[in-house]
Write a protein that binds this ligand. Structure first.
Ligand code: IMP
Ligand code: MG
Length: 172
């Protein structure tokens, strides 16, 4: 690995997370929202986002899937590791992801969660790498569109390391 460079600093991240939270707040008003955090990558984003949504009916839930064969390339197969604790039938759901890359993970998640008949289902991703798309996925909230670079930090890892960086970095 070469040098770690800053792609999005902490201030830029927090400003954008705040904007996304305001948008979500307006879109749902005082309706209940279940934020589904996709572990582990989306954990920092989900907690920061949730704190900025001024709505007393925000519910947090977690799911764990992994789609990575190697450290930086999707295998195209999704491995389902942890399910929700909430029953989402008839409720508003927002899937919160760290990064939309090939689209394999979110395509799979939308598929299984829609079958549980939520009232509504939306996707909120912090980062979007459109160049790498293999499965088309409709996203409702996007933090930043980025180039095809492998990024780490603010929840995202390289072999489980770097998740705790307060900013998003990339290797050069
Ligand atoms: P997809 O199924 O290819 O869209 O991949 C989505 C998942 O791959 C994300 O939730 C991340 O966990 C992981 N991922 C994709 N790109 C990166 C990256 O640049 N850095 C770290 N993890 C990544
Ligand atoms: Mg992830």
């Amino acid at each position: 690995m070469k040098d770690l460079k800053v792609l999005i600093n902490e201030k830029e991240l927090m400003e954008r997370v705040n904007e996304l939270a305001n948008q979500i707040e307006k879109d749902y008003l005082d309706e209940e929202i279940i934020l589904i955090c996709i572990l582990k990558g989306a954990v920092y984003f989900t907690t920061d986002l949730s704190k900025r949504i001024n709505n007393n009916k925000v519910v947090l839930d977690f799911m764990k899937v992994s789609s990575y064969g190697s450290a930086t390339e999707t295998s195209g197969k999704v491995d389902f590791q942890l399910d929700l604790s909430e029953d989402i039938k008839g409720r508003n759901v927002i899937i919160v992801e760290d990064i939309l890359d090939s689209g394999v993970t979110l395509h799979y998640l939308i598929n299984i969660l829609s079958k549980r008949n939520p009232k509504s289902i939306k996707i909120c991703t912090l980062l979007d790498k459109p160049e790498r798309r293999r499965k088309q996925v409709k996203v409702d909230y996007v933090g930043f569109e980025i180039k095809d670079k492998f990024v780490v930090g603010y929840g995202m890892d390289y072999n489980e390391h770097y998740r705790n960086l307060p900013y998003i970095g990339y290797f050069e």
